[in-house]
Design a protein around this ligand. Structure first.
Ligand code: HEC
Ligand code: HEC
Length: 616
């Protein structure tokens, strides 16, 4: 029989009545696999029809039959003869692996993977352990990559090259599969990495495993080879659970959830780690006089006593915006800024709210004058090569103005350039301050540090569910985010009620930003991969970090989910229906759905992701 996990669990991925089947079966861990049928232990089934016993080979009178025409990507269906672009050039053709007259079956082991995905990256790092050592001549592992680290679909040979590098360790063959071809095999469970076992003599899809425990994976491979050979399959290896709840893969990932260290270097900002810059940035962050109405600063919406968010559904400055205010606790670590990625460095981000009419409603000229009147000496110590121009000459430097304003457009070109440099420098010192924020260690950190008593049973069950429900595909690592763009169909926050297109407008805006130019950066900007068809990103938003999430209700880009329990409920049904006009685009294949029990279990886990901010 399969090895039962240490406490009773139903996998609970509810789709098409499958819950009834699944709930009555005991699974190997929670990684699906459809291997709970006790008859599996008895090996070959004489009928050959059940999909469990060795199927009849397609070798007729010693001659290979043609590749089957009746194909369907379904559990127990026949893999179609697809050809996919592969790493190193050329195509990977499934037909090339069809060997109906081979003396013994081989298993084509497909691993559907993506380089944004945390659970995939664990699996990739353990690639050499996937195929049991004694079976390397019987099992061929092939990686089918859906999308890259930003979750841009992998289509071409060039995309595969980039994605393979991001994956690190990978199978000898890596092919592009932007359609996530195998998703229909999992009977509703599509969590990545998603393994499928195919018999080379028939091309029948024999089994699937979604993010399996390492023991379940190797047992399933060994058993399947035995079944295809017509011998009794070996028993399942027992799964090793750490602290009773966590198989090795999830235990490792749990240990990566410990608090982030210092922010990564920012080559575009020469003053990023200068203490004098951080100190000035701290004062500017809460200086309401950078706004012409003298009542809005960064701290209005990113309040230190509210986890550096505002506790409101949507940001309120000079006016109300369309999106929820995120915490900036670990923004300095992020690959992109904003829900839609329209900035990719912290300083470029900071220039946005200052001139945003709904936020601070200010202008770069207004900011330059404020620096001149109040912070001149400190500013010039930090930027000695760039002394302030004579801003007291109001005919050359009007009191307010930004590109598009008459007062700005009539200025001399070199004066405009000088003021824009001040504006960029202000943003860079604010970024230097944001980089100094960190969070206090909490119970989760103590647990990861080795104190197994630091968490309650509910919290451990919650973390277990966090992994088995597929959350760690996207929320993993120290900040619990992949920094990629995803469509989970969270509700819009737009005042006009229309769906928010998210990254499909955010990323083009990033590339078009007038300040994202070498002239303003002290080093190269990060490279950005964009899909050729931006509609692919419609309705996608950046995965927010979860450290500190307890302090930043309400949730989602539209701020429509009041509590963590509401977030869990939203995930339980895999987001809003695709017919619901409050969200744009299509839900991604790997977004999980699950039963109410898991919704309840997830809440104590999310509560562990607290992060009381430390301001130096
Ligand atoms: C009126 C409220 C408001 C003000 C004022 C404001 N912000 Fe924000 N901030 C927001 C909102 C809302 C977002 C998300 C907007 C979006 O993604 O479209 C945001 C996003 C951010 C982010 C990106 C965080 C992430 O994870 O994506 C950073 C960093 C940030 N703000 C820093 C600042 C700084 C620095 C200032 C002052 C120069 C500032 N904010 C002023 C409301 C505000
Ligand atoms: C496919 C990637 C992906 C998966 C899987 C995923 N998330 Fe998310 N998560 C996101 C993205 C993207 C958002 C932002 C969505 C939005 O606002 O449009 C988000 C938002 C959230 C938020 C709101 C945070 C905030 O500050 O507003 C929480 C809490 C959360 N997720 C928890 C979970 C849990 C629990 C699971 C597992 C049931 C999970 N996520 C699975 C990508 C993912």
């Amino acid at each position: 029989m399969t090895v039962a996990p240490p406490f009773p669990r139903a996998p609970g991925f509810i789709l098409l009545g499958l819950s009834i089947v699944m709930a009555t079966r005991v699974f190997a861990g929670c990684s699906s696999g459809v291997d709970a049928d006790p008859s599996a232990d008895s090996g070959a089934d004489a009928s050959g029809e059940s999909g469990r016993a060795a199927p009849k080979s397609l070798c007729l009178d010693g001659k290979p039959a043609p590749y089957p025409t009746d194909t369907k990507v379904d559990l127990f269906g026949t893999m179609p003869p697809l050809e996919l672009p592969k790493l190193g050039g050329g195509m990977f053709a499934f037909a090339s692996r069809f060997e109906p007259c081979a003396a013994r079956s081989r298993i084509l082991l497909l691993r559907q993977t993506a380089s944004f995905c945390g659970t995939c990256l664990w699996s990739q790092a353990h690639t050499k352990d996937v195929v049991p050592a004694e079976l390397t001549d019987r099992v061929e592992l092939v990686d089918l990559v859906v999308s890259d680290k930003n979750n841009v679909l992998v289509r071409t040979a060039a995309d595969v090259t980039r994605a393979a590098k991001e994956l690190g360790e990978h199978a000898p063959i890596v092919a592009a599969d932007p359609d996530y071809t195998l998703q229909s095999v999992g009977l509703g469970d599509r969590r990545l990495p998603f393994y499928v076992l195919i018999d080379s003599r028939t091309m029948l899809i024999r089994r699937f495993l979604a993010d399996p425990e390492p023991e379940t994976l190797s047992s399933t491979i060994r058993r399947e080879v035995a079944i295809l050979d017509g011998v009794a399959p070996p028993k399942f290896e027992p799964i090793k659970y750490e602290d009773d709840y966590f198989p090795t893969n999830h235990w490792d990932m749990l240990h990566d959830m410990t608090l982030p260290g210092p922010a990564p270097k920012d080559p575009t900002n020469a003053v990023a780690d200068l203490p004098a810059a951080a100190a000035l940035g701290k004062d500017l962050f809460s200086d309401v006089r950078l706004s012409p109405t003298s009542n809005v600063s960064c701290a209005t919406c990113h309040a230190p006593d509210k986890g550096f968010a505002d506790g409101r559904p949507k940001g309120l400055g000079v006016a109300e915006g369309d999106r929820n205010t995120p915490s900036i606790l670990y923004a300095s670590h992020a690959r992109f800024q904003f829900w839609d990625g329209r900035a990719d460095t912290l300083w470029l981000q900071a220039t946005g709210p200052i001139e945003n009419p709904a936020e601070m409603g200010s202008t770069r000229l207004h900011v330059a004058h404020r620096i001149f009147s109040t912070y001149r000496a400190r500013y010039e110590t930090i930027f000695p090569a760039d002394p302030l121009p004579p801003l007291d000459d109001l005919t050359r430097f009007p009191p307010a103005g930004r590109p598009g304003d008459a007062s700005w457009d009539s200025m001399r070109a070199d004066d405009k350039a000088a003021v824009t440099r001040i504006f960029v420098h202000v943003a860079k010192v604010i970024a230097a301050f944001e980089r100094t924020l960190s969070a206090k260690p909490n119970a989760l950190d103590r647990y990861i540090g080795g104190d197994l008593a630091a968490l309650t049973v509910e919290e451990k069950v919650g973390l277990h569910t966090f992994f088995t429900a597929g959350c760690a595909q996207c929320h993993y690592g120290p900040r619990l985010t992949d920094d990629a763009f995803h469509n989970i169909r969270f509700e819009t926050g737009r005042r006009d009620g229309r769906a928010d297109p998210g990254a499909s407008i955010g990323l083009p805006a990033l590339l078009a930003n007038e300040l994202r130019k070498p002239a303003y950066a002290d080093g190269p900007f990060p490279e950005v991969s964009l899909p050729t068809d931006l509609r692919e990103l419609e309705g996608s938003f950046r995965t927010p970090p979860l450290r500190g999430v307890t302090a930043t209700a309400p949730y989602g880009h539209g701020g429509t989910l009041p509590q963590l329990a509401d977030v869990a409920k939203h995930y339980g049904t895999a987001g809003l229906l695709e017919t619901d006009p409050r969200a744009a685009g299509r839900t991604e294949g790997w977004v999980p759905s699950f039963v109410e029990q898991h919704e309840r279990e997830l809440v104590p886990a999310m509560r562990l992701f607290s992060g009381e901010v430390v301001v130096p």
